[in-house]
Design a protein around this ligand. Structure first.
Ligand SMILES: Nc1ncnc2c1ncn2[C@@H]1O[C@H](COP(=O)(O)OP(=O)(O)OP(=O)(O)O)[C@@H](O)[C@H]1O
Length: 242
């Protein structure tokens, strides 16, 4: 899939140093529009660092990280402003100065309906469950209609059942909006369920790439072969998580 003219993200020779230590070292990566990519890597391998660069939060780099369109990020913690009602949190990142409050509210309500939170527009963030707050965070990311959606372990803090429900929701949202997605996760099975491609980060670059061709919806067993190879890439034994 690499090599099309207008990818959602194109990274070439990216090196990121903290002091004299290079965390990313000559990394190349292309994410196509509409493509769902999962990024795995051991703790400290530089996943969040790469996401920050792609989000435009860290410009002190060598090499290039080109993200031509709109980018949105959802983090492990939903990061909602507690003093703003849910709907105002959803439209927080929109530059719609000329828009009326009622237009903005309509946009927020549409996004909340998409994440199955109709009726929560006037709730305060602190009254939401963890899963609900994370869905608000997804709605906030999506109202910008991003070309690139960066997800930094968005389900990591959720219980197992809520996480399963979120997988279905993210897949639906991706199918509807078709952004390029880069999902950072420690959960190999999550990557195998959701992604078109799984990348393994290590030694500052992409160590391995696995294309997942099984049609969706999938079960974890559908890519058992890839699972074994990804675990080997990560240097973990079967049964453990990254
Ligand atoms: N601002 C910073 N200053 C100095 N070192 C940093 C900074 N940010 C990250 N690092 C270092 O860069 C390395 C990569 O960190 P990063 O958070 O990108 O890893 P990660 O793969 O996301 O890890 P985890 O899976 O544990 O979240 C770590 O060793 C970390 O200590």
């Amino acid at each position: 899939m690499a090599g099309t003219v207008n990818p959602a993200a194109a990274v070439r020779g990216l090196t990121k140093r903290f002091g004299d230590r290079a965390v990313l070292s000559g990394l190349d990566l292309t994410i196509e529009r509409g493509e769902f990519v999962a990024l795995l890597g051991r703790s400290g391998s530089g996943k969040s660092t790469l996401l920050r660069v792609l989000a435009g939060l860290d410009a002190e780099i060598e090499g290039t990280a080109r993200v031509p369109g709109t980018v949105s990020v959802a983090f492990q913690q939903p990061r909602l402003l507690p003093w703003r009602k849910v709907w105002r949190n959803v439209v927080l990142g929109l530059r719609r100065d000329g828009e009326s409050q009622s237009r903005n509210r309509a946009v927020a309500e549409r996004a909340l309906a998409e994440v199955q939170l109709s009726g929560h527009a006037d709730a305060w963030p602190l009254t939401l469950s963890g899963g609900e707050a994370q869905r608000v965070s997804l709605a906030r990311a999506l109202v910008r209609e991003p070309d690139l959606l960066l997800l930094d372990e968005p389900f990591g803090a959720l219980d197992a059942l809520t996480r399963l429900a979120m997988h279905g929701l993210v897949e639906d949202l991706w199918r509807t909006h078709r952004p390029g997605v880069l999902l950072v996760t420690h959960d190999v099975d999550e990557a195998l369920l959701l992604a078109d491609r799984v990348l393994v980060l290590g030694e500052g670059r992409i160590l391995a790439e696995h294309v997942l061709s099984h049609p969706r919806p999938r079960t974890a067993a559908d890519h058992a072969d890839v699972r074994t190879r990804v675990l080997a890439d990560l240097g973990v034994t079967e049964g453990a998580s990254a």
